[in-house]
Ligand binder design. Structure first.
Ligand code: AR6
Length: 181
């Protein structure tokens, strides 16, 4: 599924983000940038040790929740990895939506700063961090759509969703969002 927002294409696909060929691949990291399981583990395995060496050197204090930092992409088919830190779901009354939206927005700002035309995002916070998929989908896609409306770039934003259930949740949210706007 895809939507056109001004001159940008917003795509939803099912797949493995480490196989994407884009300017920037977004990682769902933790605030220590310490590596971990899920998509973080997969990105570090595929990208190789350069990623951890760079986060350690450039960001010894880690990254705040709701933000993101950039490194090179090592062996991945990309120029950059943006390590984004989504919120841990605590029931929805601890500012989770604003933090999740902030993580996506910061990645799109980094894309502009680094002249990236294409960015691939995972479903940040919906794994170990427990964010309900339908709510994460609504908030994440609304943040990305608003950014594309305002900035008219990057040209391609692709959500790479690991399983059919996650793709369905994000597709439903994008349908609602584009119907209502
Ligand atoms: N490609 C695309 N999506 C994937 C892949 C992949 N290769 N592997 C998993 N996913 P999670 P979080 C999906 O847990 O919830 C880590 O330990 C997965 O199905 O990776 O933000 C970090 O170090 C889910 O939909 O990230 C942090 O400590 C989505 O990616 C913590 O987990 C996010 O799941 C971050 O938790």
């Amino acid at each position: 599924m895809f939507a056109l927002i001004r001159q940008s294409r917003l795509e939803l696909v099912q797949g493995d983000i480490t196989q994407q060929q884009v300017d920037a691949i977004v990682n769902a990291a933790n605030s220590e940038l310490a590596g971990g399981g899920g998509v973080d583990g997969a990105i570090h395995r595929a990208g190789g040790p350069q990623l951890m060496a760079e986060t350690d050197r450039l960001y010894p204090d880690g990254c705040q929740t709701g933000s993101a930092v950039a490194t090179g992409a090592g062996r991945l088919n990309a120029r950059f990895v943006f390590h984004a830190v989504g919120p841990i779901w605590e029931g929805g009354h601890s500012g989770e939506p604003a933090l999740l939206a902030g993580a996506y927005r910061r990645c799109l700002e980094l894309a502009m700063e680094h002249n990236c035309q294409s960015v691939a995002f995972p479903a940040i916070s919906t794994g170990v961090y427990g964010y309900p998929k339908n709510r994460a989908a609504e908030t994440s896609l609304a943040a990305v759509c608003a950014f594309l409306q305002t900035h008219n770039q990057p040209a391609l934003v692709r959500f790479v969703l690991f399983d059919a259930g996650t793709l369905a949740a994000y597709s439903q949210a994008l349908e609602t969002l584009t119907r209502d706007s």
